[in-house]
Each structure stands twice: as structure tokens, then as C-alpha cells.
Design a protein around this ligand. Sequence first.
Ligand SMILES: Nc1ncnc2c1ncn2[C@@H]1O[C@H](COP(=O)(O)OP(=O)(O)OP(=O)(O)O)[C@@H](O)[C@H]1O
Ligand SMILES: [Mg+2]
Length: 500
Amino acid sequence: MSSQWLDGARAALGAVALGPLAEQVGRVEEVGDGIARVSGLPNIRLDELVRFDKGQFGFVQMLERDGVGCVLLDDVNAIEAGDVVRGTGDVVRVPVGPGLLGRVVDPLGRPLDGKGAIPEDGRQPIERPAPAIIDRDLVTQPVQTGLVVIDTLFALGRGQRELIIGDRAIGKTTIAIDTIISQKASDIVCVYVAVGQKSSSVRRAIDAIQANGAPERCIIVVSGAASSPGLQWIAPFTGFTMAEYFRDRGRHALVVIDDLSKHAATHREIALLTRQSPGREAYPGDVFYVHARLLERAAKLSPEKGGGSLTALPIAETDAGNLSAYIPTNLISITDGQIVLDAKLFHEGLKPAVDVGTSVSRVGGKTQARALRDAAQTLRLDYAQFIELEMFTRFGGMPDTRVRNQLTRGARIRAILDQPQHAPLRLADEIALVLSVQSGLLDALPLPAVAAFRRGLRDAIDRGAPDAIRQIQETGTLDAAAKQVLRDTLQGYAKMITPP
Ligand SMILES: Nc1ncnc2c1ncn2[C@@H]1O[C@H](COP(=O)(O)OP(=O)(O)OP(=O)(O)O)[C@@H](O)[C@H]1O
Ligand SMILES: [Mg+2]
């Protein structure tokens, strides 16, 4: 038969290539705890997506001589020993695109909010390489968290990775959610990833964002405590992939991972079930690498790459304030700083309970608005000195006038750092507050009146010094004349609040 005839027949059949088709096929040997051990699949690769008989998916986590360990992604109970497994030749991918904004999805991008199908702009792998060094730029633009204590003392920049760390139930999630709510006034796209959280906590977070923030610019990725370990494991990676879509198009994104301690525990669970050798605290040796390669994807891109940014706020939980446990030390060394929350402060009533002594922001300081930096110059030092003095005088030291003044001032600084939840401030409000306390306007005010002072502050400065406010909001600076007007307004307002 001539080859011409063969070519003609091929053309008639269209693009379908005739010939043998190699397919990777295996069989489930045992299944349980979200893991399946599969025999066969001789040429399967690590991280490859596999499909089970009844349409479920999993990915390969462990290669052994006589089989592979697969982590199941969904519907764990429907899979049985003997089921056929096929390799797909692809890795796990999730939908990306603006269609996800305003939606609540699971870690595979499937809607959980009952609002119907999500229009997607393609699918991207959950594991993507971090931007190269030459594609990055310095962190120069601020992220306004709306929390006085963070914006004045530990300013964050776009592209930074800042860890929020503390014991359980002392306001870690609240700081992250308040930061998301504060983006109502900015152009930042927010992605909140819940890993292994209670459904009630997730519900509270979603409600807070919907009631106070800009939910139409948020994506919420939920893998609850009841999800399979596989889904919980991929959730942070999914969140980053969805946020990178915006970063790579010159826009700005913020990812909150709540929390990486639970993610590390899931990683450990999977590793132990797939019989990887345990290391310190029974975590496998690669847990540092997993979190490092995840967080490296946060970046500020160079102008040639569009100038977009991806800021990461991972959360971690400590036991009895122990920052030197394995996962906390890992995360502290990976990130560009940490906001440390203190259980004692929280129970004394200081909220957010930020420990000023151990918290730090290593790159964001340079992005702080000029006017705020000028106003808050000595705030941290004054506050630190106050905390020491307070401890000292608690033991019955007789303070002289200078020390008494320092104590008065310090107590007012603490009062302005105290802030109710879900009430982020504008940059101008923060500058006005810090100016008031640092110029001594609040010293004559009884402590309980400071809360009243901050409640009415916004109205007072909007009315008394509109030009100064506009200048701050537009340029982040304050010229001498405007500053004087603002000072006078604050003085008048403080006098009004002070009881006779
Ligand atoms: N600034 C604040 N003002 C008033 N209440 C607050 C503030 N911050 C946190 N809380 C309250 O403290 C409680 C614990 O907060 P949150 O859930 O944020 O803590 P968490 O550390 O994330 O807890 P978990 O360890 O359970 O995740 C919540 O009831 C919250 O409403
Ligand atoms: Mg929480």
C-alpha cells in the first residue's frame, strides 16, 4: 500500500492520530485517612494529578519501589481497594480570573456560595515558581492596615511577607480581617484562605468582610476542619495562584493564610501516612521548604513586569507564647517580620494585643507616609520606656514629676493603640491621633475619655482641617501651614472633650 494512500486516510480522519496510546493505569491497594496506596503507574511523576474510577482526583506525594502514595482531593469515602487509577500527565490546576472576585470557593476553585458557576480565565498550576530576582523591585508602596499600632510602629509595604503570630484566640484572625476591611479604601485585591478552621470562625470572617469591607474585591478560599487533608494541603497554594493572576497584570493583591500551623500539621499528617521519615517534632524534613517556596511567591514586581505586587500575611499559632517551637521559628526566619500577639496583654484588655517589644517589620518602614513617620518618630521609644517604668513603679517606687509625666503620656499612648475590631482608620485619622498624644493634648484627659476623643476625632478634623486631610490622603505629606491648622483643630477639639 502506498504511503500516499495512508496519508490520505489520515487526512480524512482529521487530526486524530492512529496508533497505540500509552496510558498510565494502576490499581488502588489500600485506602484510608485521605491517602490511597496504588500499585502500577510505572512512569508516574511526583505531584502528578491522578484520576480514580468514579471521577475523583488525587495527586502523587510519594514514590516507592512497589507503588505510589496518592493524596486524595475529594470524596474520600467513595474510593475502594481495587479501583482503577489513571495518570493524567498534568499537575493540580485551579481556575483563575476576575470571575472569582466576590466568591467563596473550595481549594479546587469550586463554588461554595451557591451563586452558580464561576467564569474562569484559564487554569493555572497551584505550584508556580516565585518571580526571579531581576523581575523584582524594592518594596516602596504602603499597605494601610487601618490599625494604629501596626501602621505607626510596624508599617507594612506592598510585596512584604509579615507573619501574625500568637496563642489561640487572642485576635490573630481579627488583625488579618481588619486589614482586609481596610482595603475597602484601596485598590488591593484580597484573598482570605482558611485552612482547617472551624466553620463558625470562617462564617464570622466572611460576615465581617461582607458587612464592613469590599467583598466584591475579595476571594475567600475555604477548606474547613472537616475537609480531606489533601484539600487542606493545597489551599494556601491555591490562594497564591489566584492572587498571582492580579499581581502579574500590574495590580496589587494581599493573601491571608489562616493559618500555617494547621497547614504544617496537615503536611505532617500526610507525611506520616505516606511513611516519610519524621524529623523534629515529627514534622518531615521538607516542611521548611514547603512554606519557604510558598511565601517566596509574594513579591513586588519591577516596572518592566507591570509593577504589580503580592503581599502575604501568614498566620501562625503558638503554644503558651513559645516562639522558639519548630514551625514558629521557621516562619519567622522566612518572613520579613512578625506581629507578635501576647495573651497577657489581650486578657488585660489591650486589643489588638500586639507585643511591641518582639514585633518587627523589616521592610515596610520605608513605605510609611512621611507625615505619619514624622509624627510617630519617638512613639515606639516613649512607649517602650513607659512599659519599663510602669513595671518598676508597680513595686512601690516613688516617682518624681518627670517619671509621673512619662507615665501619664505612656498610658495615653497605650490608649490610642487600643482599637475596637472592624473599625479601621484612615491615614489622616492615625496621624491626628499620634499628633494629639505626642503634643501632650491628651495628657489632661482622663483615660476613659480617650476612647470618646477617638470616636469623634474623624468628624472634628474633617470639619476643622479639610485641606490638611485632603493633603494627607492624596500625598501622604503635610506642609507646615496645614500642620498648624490641624494642630489648632485638635487643640480645640481636645478642649471640648476635656471635662471641666
Ligand atoms: N480589637 C478587638 N476588639 C474587640 N474584640 C476583639 C478584638 N480583637 C479580637 N477580638 C475578639 O477576640 C476573640 C478572638 O479573636 P480571633 O478569633 O481573631 O482570635 P484568633 O487568635 O484568630 O483565634 P483562633 O486561635 O481561634 O484562630 C474574638 O471573639 C474577637 O471578637
Ligand atoms: Mg483565628
